[in-house]
Ligand binder design. Structure first.
Ligand SMILES: [Mg+2]
Length: 265
Protein backbone atom coordinates (compact mmCIF):
# COMPACT_ATOMS: atom_id res chain seq x y z
CA UNK A 1 0.00 0.00 0.00
CA UNK A 2 1.03 3.61 -0.45
CA UNK A 3 1.28 5.85 2.63
CA UNK A 4 -1.97 7.52 1.57
CA UNK A 5 -3.81 4.20 1.27
CA UNK A 6 -2.52 3.25 4.72
CA UNK A 7 -3.67 6.57 6.20
CA UNK A 8 -7.11 6.31 4.63
CA UNK A 9 -7.61 2.78 5.93
CA UNK A 10 -5.85 2.72 9.31
CA UNK A 11 -4.95 6.26 10.24
CA UNK A 12 -1.58 4.98 11.39
CA UNK A 13 -0.71 1.28 11.21
CA UNK A 14 0.49 0.50 14.74
CA UNK A 15 -0.62 -3.05 15.53
CA UNK A 16 0.22 -6.49 14.17
CA UNK A 17 -2.97 -7.63 12.49
CA UNK A 18 -2.29 -9.88 9.52
CA UNK A 19 -4.10 -9.62 6.20
CA UNK A 20 -2.61 -7.52 3.44
CA UNK A 21 -2.03 -8.60 -0.15
CA UNK A 22 -0.49 -11.90 1.05
CA UNK A 23 -3.47 -12.67 3.34
CA UNK A 24 -1.15 -13.35 6.26
CA UNK A 25 -2.27 -14.69 9.60
CA UNK A 26 -1.70 -12.32 12.48
CA UNK A 27 1.99 -12.60 13.41
CA UNK A 28 2.94 -14.64 10.34
CA UNK A 29 6.36 -13.85 8.88
CA UNK A 30 7.39 -13.33 5.25
CA UNK A 31 10.40 -14.07 3.09
CA UNK A 32 12.75 -11.72 4.96
CA UNK A 33 12.55 -13.67 8.21
CA UNK A 34 12.22 -17.06 6.52
CA UNK A 35 15.39 -16.54 4.50
CA UNK A 36 17.22 -15.19 7.57
CA UNK A 37 16.36 -18.33 9.50
CA UNK A 38 17.44 -20.52 6.56
CA UNK A 39 20.75 -18.66 6.28
CA UNK A 40 21.35 -18.75 10.03
CA UNK A 41 20.69 -22.52 10.12
CA UNK A 42 23.25 -23.05 7.34
CA UNK A 43 25.84 -21.01 9.26
CA UNK A 44 25.23 -22.99 12.44
CA UNK A 45 25.43 -26.26 10.50
CA UNK A 46 28.77 -25.44 8.85
CA UNK A 47 30.26 -23.26 11.57
CA UNK A 48 30.94 -20.75 8.79
CA UNK A 49 29.22 -18.52 6.26
CA UNK A 50 29.42 -20.72 3.16
CA UNK A 51 27.87 -19.69 -0.14
CA UNK A 52 27.03 -23.27 -1.13
CA UNK A 53 25.35 -24.06 2.18
CA UNK A 54 23.41 -20.80 1.99
CA UNK A 55 22.35 -21.50 -1.60
CA UNK A 56 21.17 -24.99 -0.66
CA UNK A 57 19.26 -23.62 2.35
CA UNK A 58 17.58 -20.96 0.20
CA UNK A 59 16.77 -23.52 -2.50
CA UNK A 60 15.18 -25.82 0.11
CA UNK A 61 13.17 -22.85 1.36
CA UNK A 62 11.97 -22.08 -2.18
CA UNK A 63 10.74 -25.69 -2.40
CA UNK A 64 8.35 -24.98 0.52
CA UNK A 65 6.39 -22.64 -1.81
CA UNK A 66 6.77 -19.51 0.32
CA UNK A 67 3.95 -16.96 0.53
CA UNK A 68 6.20 -14.41 -1.13
CA UNK A 69 9.51 -14.57 -2.97
CA UNK A 70 11.30 -11.74 -4.73
CA UNK A 71 11.90 -11.91 -8.46
CA UNK A 72 15.68 -11.55 -8.12
CA UNK A 73 15.83 -14.17 -5.38
CA UNK A 74 13.88 -16.66 -7.48
CA UNK A 75 16.05 -16.02 -10.53
CA UNK A 76 19.22 -16.46 -8.47
CA UNK A 77 18.06 -19.73 -6.98
CA UNK A 78 16.99 -21.08 -10.38
CA UNK A 79 20.49 -20.15 -11.60
CA UNK A 80 22.01 -22.10 -8.71
CA UNK A 81 19.84 -25.15 -9.41
CA UNK A 82 20.70 -25.10 -13.13
CA UNK A 83 24.43 -24.42 -12.90
CA UNK A 84 25.54 -25.28 -9.36
CA UNK A 85 27.14 -21.84 -9.24
CA UNK A 86 26.87 -20.07 -5.90
CA UNK A 87 27.10 -16.56 -7.33
CA UNK A 88 24.88 -15.02 -9.98
CA UNK A 89 26.59 -13.03 -12.74
CA UNK A 90 27.50 -9.46 -11.83
CA UNK A 91 24.66 -7.05 -12.63
CA UNK A 92 24.87 -3.49 -11.33
CA UNK A 93 21.28 -2.83 -12.39
CA UNK A 94 20.15 -5.55 -10.07
CA UNK A 95 20.50 -3.82 -6.71
CA UNK A 96 17.46 -5.25 -4.96
CA UNK A 97 17.13 -5.41 -1.18
CA UNK A 98 16.83 -9.22 -1.04
CA UNK A 99 20.36 -9.95 0.22
CA UNK A 100 20.30 -7.17 2.83
CA UNK A 101 16.94 -8.21 4.27
CA UNK A 102 18.32 -11.62 5.34
CA UNK A 103 21.77 -10.55 6.49
CA UNK A 104 21.26 -10.48 10.27
CA UNK A 105 22.73 -13.97 10.92
CA UNK A 106 25.95 -12.92 9.14
CA UNK A 107 26.19 -9.82 11.34
CA UNK A 108 25.78 -11.89 14.51
CA UNK A 109 28.13 -14.70 13.48
CA UNK A 110 30.97 -12.44 12.24
CA UNK A 111 30.74 -10.06 15.19
CA UNK A 112 34.31 -9.34 16.33
CA UNK A 113 35.95 -10.53 13.10
CA UNK A 114 38.15 -8.18 11.07
CA UNK A 115 36.66 -6.07 8.32
CA UNK A 116 37.92 -8.23 5.44
CA UNK A 117 36.39 -11.36 6.96
CA UNK A 118 33.08 -9.60 7.60
CA UNK A 119 33.01 -8.31 4.03
CA UNK A 120 33.81 -11.76 2.60
CA UNK A 121 30.96 -13.32 4.57
CA UNK A 122 28.50 -10.56 3.64
CA UNK A 123 29.33 -10.91 -0.06
CA UNK A 124 29.34 -14.73 -0.07
CA UNK A 125 25.72 -15.00 1.00
CA UNK A 126 24.60 -11.92 -0.96
CA UNK A 127 25.96 -13.06 -4.33
CA UNK A 128 23.92 -16.25 -4.26
CA UNK A 129 21.09 -14.06 -5.57
CA UNK A 130 22.31 -10.44 -5.82
CA UNK A 131 25.66 -9.52 -7.36
CA UNK A 132 25.85 -5.75 -7.36
CA UNK A 133 28.47 -3.44 -5.85
CA UNK A 134 25.77 -0.94 -4.95
CA UNK A 135 23.76 -3.56 -3.07
CA UNK A 136 26.92 -4.96 -1.44
CA UNK A 137 27.80 -1.50 -0.12
CA UNK A 138 24.38 -1.09 1.49
CA UNK A 139 24.37 -4.59 2.96
CA UNK A 140 27.89 -4.24 4.34
CA UNK A 141 26.96 -0.90 5.89
CA UNK A 142 23.89 -2.49 7.51
CA UNK A 143 26.02 -5.30 8.96
CA UNK A 144 28.62 -2.89 10.30
CA UNK A 145 25.89 -0.76 11.88
CA UNK A 146 24.38 -3.84 13.57
CA UNK A 147 27.81 -4.83 14.89
CA UNK A 148 28.46 -1.32 16.18
CA UNK A 149 25.10 -1.36 17.97
CA UNK A 150 25.95 -4.77 19.49
CA UNK A 151 29.18 -3.30 20.84
CA UNK A 152 27.13 -0.68 22.69
CA UNK A 153 28.03 2.23 20.44
CA UNK A 154 25.65 5.20 20.46
CA UNK A 155 23.35 5.96 17.54
CA UNK A 156 25.60 8.80 16.37
CA UNK A 157 28.27 6.24 15.46
CA UNK A 158 25.80 4.25 13.40
CA UNK A 159 24.82 7.47 11.66
CA UNK A 160 28.45 8.13 10.80
CA UNK A 161 28.52 4.85 8.83
CA UNK A 162 25.26 5.70 7.04
CA UNK A 163 26.68 9.12 6.16
CA UNK A 164 29.88 7.56 4.83
CA UNK A 165 27.79 5.27 2.65
CA UNK A 166 25.74 8.22 1.35
CA UNK A 167 28.96 10.15 0.61
CA UNK A 168 30.52 7.23 -1.27
CA UNK A 169 27.34 6.20 -3.12
CA UNK A 170 24.96 9.15 -3.64
CA UNK A 171 22.10 6.73 -4.39
CA UNK A 172 21.93 6.23 -0.62
CA UNK A 173 21.56 9.92 0.29
CA UNK A 174 18.74 10.02 2.78
CA UNK A 175 18.71 13.62 4.05
CA UNK A 176 15.73 15.74 3.10
CA UNK A 177 12.22 14.83 2.09
CA UNK A 178 10.82 11.61 3.57
CA UNK A 179 11.12 8.72 1.11
CA UNK A 180 7.65 7.30 0.59
CA UNK A 181 6.49 4.08 -1.01
CA UNK A 182 9.96 2.49 -1.25
CA UNK A 183 10.41 -0.10 -3.97
CA UNK A 184 12.61 -3.20 -3.73
CA UNK A 185 15.62 -1.09 -4.80
CA UNK A 186 18.01 -1.24 -1.85
CA UNK A 187 18.80 2.49 -1.90
CA UNK A 188 15.12 3.38 -1.42
CA UNK A 189 14.82 0.70 1.28
CA UNK A 190 17.76 2.03 3.28
CA UNK A 191 16.70 5.67 2.84
CA UNK A 192 13.45 4.87 4.68
CA UNK A 193 15.24 2.85 7.36
CA UNK A 194 17.91 5.50 7.97
CA UNK A 195 15.38 8.33 8.12
CA UNK A 196 13.20 6.44 10.61
CA UNK A 197 16.16 5.31 12.71
CA UNK A 198 17.85 8.69 12.98
CA UNK A 199 14.73 10.83 13.34
CA UNK A 200 13.03 8.80 16.08
CA UNK A 201 14.08 8.19 19.65
CA UNK A 202 12.81 4.70 20.32
CA UNK A 203 12.24 1.32 18.70
CA UNK A 204 8.45 1.64 18.56
CA UNK A 205 8.07 5.05 16.92
CA UNK A 206 10.84 4.26 14.43
CA UNK A 207 9.26 0.99 13.33
CA UNK A 208 5.81 2.56 13.04
CA UNK A 209 7.25 5.31 10.88
CA UNK A 210 9.11 2.77 8.75
CA UNK A 211 6.15 0.57 7.89
CA UNK A 212 3.78 3.52 7.43
CA UNK A 213 5.99 4.72 4.57
CA UNK A 214 4.35 1.83 2.70
CA UNK A 215 5.80 0.10 -0.36
CA UNK A 216 8.05 -2.87 0.41
CA UNK A 217 7.20 -2.53 4.08
CA UNK A 218 7.96 -6.09 5.20
CA UNK A 219 11.54 -5.52 4.11
CA UNK A 220 12.00 -1.97 5.39
CA UNK A 221 10.45 -3.21 8.64
CA UNK A 222 12.77 -6.22 8.78
CA UNK A 223 15.89 -4.13 8.26
CA UNK A 224 14.72 -1.49 10.73
CA UNK A 225 14.14 -4.38 13.14
CA UNK A 226 17.74 -5.58 12.87
CA UNK A 227 19.14 -2.11 13.49
CA UNK A 228 16.60 -0.85 16.01
CA UNK A 229 16.57 -4.20 17.79
CA UNK A 230 20.32 -4.30 18.35
CA UNK A 231 20.46 -0.59 19.14
CA UNK A 232 17.61 -0.38 21.66
CA UNK A 233 17.46 -3.98 22.91
CA UNK A 234 14.56 -6.40 23.29
CA UNK A 235 13.16 -4.54 26.30
CA UNK A 236 12.37 -1.63 23.97
CA UNK A 237 10.08 -3.77 21.81
CA UNK A 238 6.44 -3.33 22.91
CA UNK A 239 5.14 -6.36 24.79
CA UNK A 240 1.95 -6.36 22.71
CA UNK A 241 3.98 -6.89 19.53
CA UNK A 242 6.10 -9.68 21.03
CA UNK A 243 2.92 -11.42 22.18
CA UNK A 244 1.40 -11.27 18.70
CA UNK A 245 4.37 -12.92 16.97
CA UNK A 246 4.02 -16.49 15.80
CA UNK A 247 5.28 -18.38 18.87
CA UNK A 248 7.35 -20.98 17.03
CA UNK A 249 9.00 -18.32 14.91
CA UNK A 250 9.77 -16.17 17.92
CA UNK A 251 11.39 -19.13 19.71
CA UNK A 252 13.38 -20.06 16.58
CA UNK A 253 14.67 -16.48 16.15
CA UNK A 254 15.71 -16.23 19.81
CA UNK A 255 17.45 -19.63 19.82
CA UNK A 256 19.23 -18.94 16.55
CA UNK A 257 20.44 -15.47 17.55
CA UNK A 258 21.86 -16.80 20.81
CA UNK A 259 23.56 -19.75 19.07
CA UNK A 260 25.14 -17.46 16.45
CA UNK A 261 26.37 -15.05 19.14
CA UNK A 262 27.82 -17.95 21.12
CA UNK A 263 29.77 -19.09 18.06
CA UNK A 264 30.92 -15.53 17.44
CA UNK A 265 32.55 -15.48 20.82
MG1 LIG B 1 9.70 -7.37 0.98
Amino acid sequence: MTPREIRDRFGAHREIQGGGWLHLKKGQITDDTEMSLALGASILDKGAVEARAAAEAFSAWMRTKPADIGHTVRRGLVHFRRTGETAVPHNEYNAGNGACMRTLPVALFTYGQDEAAVRAAVVAQAHVTHNSELADAGTLCTVRMIQLALSGAPKAELKRLADELAAARPEYRYAGKPRENPSGFIAETLQVVFQALFENDGFESGLIETVNRGGDADTTGAIYGMLGGTLYGVQAIPERWLKDLDHKTKAACEAQALALMALAQ
